[in-house]
Write a protein that binds this ligand. Structure first.
Ligand code: GTP
Ligand code: PEP
Length: 217
């Protein structure tokens, strides 16, 4: 039996995110996409056996509440991913004017207790419960689920109390491996279709558009 994780989902505000799509999608379309992607990720986490608690850390509480309220509700023509919503996400406000993703995750870590944390980006349209359970079960101290290029980090599992600094950003896969080694922690790198496909660019959108979380947008 896998020791459960607390999933931590960083969610940027409702207007500035997905800026790399601005050349092809207007602000309203980007917002709808961010909502659909985040909803998909939160539903996958909620339905995963290995997730005990879901936390969203955000600078935009009204937006996060709007996203969380849609989780588990039926979509027209599609069965609900979570027929009975088992665990609503807890929302944590990051400090105003905070310097970005790593600081937001650090803030979330200081608010959740012991155990194992699983940081999960909110832009993974193919993420499944099996993916989440596989990352949770990986036998290592640190688990990096890298992106399709093998250079980034889409999910990161850490022991809550470990002296491990988050290094999300360009080259974060290597940075996280280096950080693990510096603290004598074992590190596994995983790459599965559902964990590797993050939607950042217009090319990603074209490729992933038929996926469940982005279909029809
Ligand atoms: N709470 C919080 N989450 C963030 C922040 N920056 C990015 N995120 C989240 O981190 C994850 C990865 O985001 P990125 O792909 O780096 O950024 P993005 O806003 O989605 O897209 P770009 O604007 O194109 O970089 C997504 O879940 C974002 O919502 C931040 O400053 N605070
Ligand atoms: C933040 C990261 O990725 P992206 O901005 O591409 O989502 C990362 O890979 O560490």
């Amino acid at each position: 039996m896998t020791e459960p994780v607390t999933a931590v989902v960083p969610l940027r505000d409702g207007s500035s995110g997905k800026s790399r799509l601005a050349a092809g999608l207007d602000a309203g379309a980007r917002r709808r996409l961010v909502v659909a992607l985040a909803r998909h990720v939160l539903e996958a986490l909620a339905a995963s056996r290995s997730v005990a608690r879901v936390v969203v850390v955000t600078a935009d509480m009204p937006f996060a509440r709007e996203v969380a309220a849609r989780v588990g509700s039926p979509r027209p023509g599609r069965p609900s991913a979570v027929p009975t919503w088992p665990r609503p996400a807890d929302l944590i406000a990051e400090p105003p004017g905070g310097p970005g993703l790593n600081a937001a995750l650090e803030h979330a870590r200081s608010h959740v207790g012991d155990g194992r944390l699983l940081m999960v980006h909110a832009d993974l349209p193919l993420l499944t419960t099996d993916d989440v359970d596989a990352v949770a079960a990986e036998p290592a101290d640190i688990v990096v689920a890298t992106d399709r290029h093998g250079t980034g980090t889409n999910l990161l599992r850490v022991p809550a109390g470990a002296p491990f600094a988050f290094r999300f950003g360009p080259g974060s896969r290597t940075a996280h491996e280096t950080e693990a080694a510096a603290h004598g922690l074992t590190c596994a790198v995983v790459q599965r279709p559902g964990t590797a496909a993050d939607l950042d660019t217009l090319d990603d959108l074209a490729e992933l558009a038929p996926a469940s979380a982005t279909r029809g947008l």
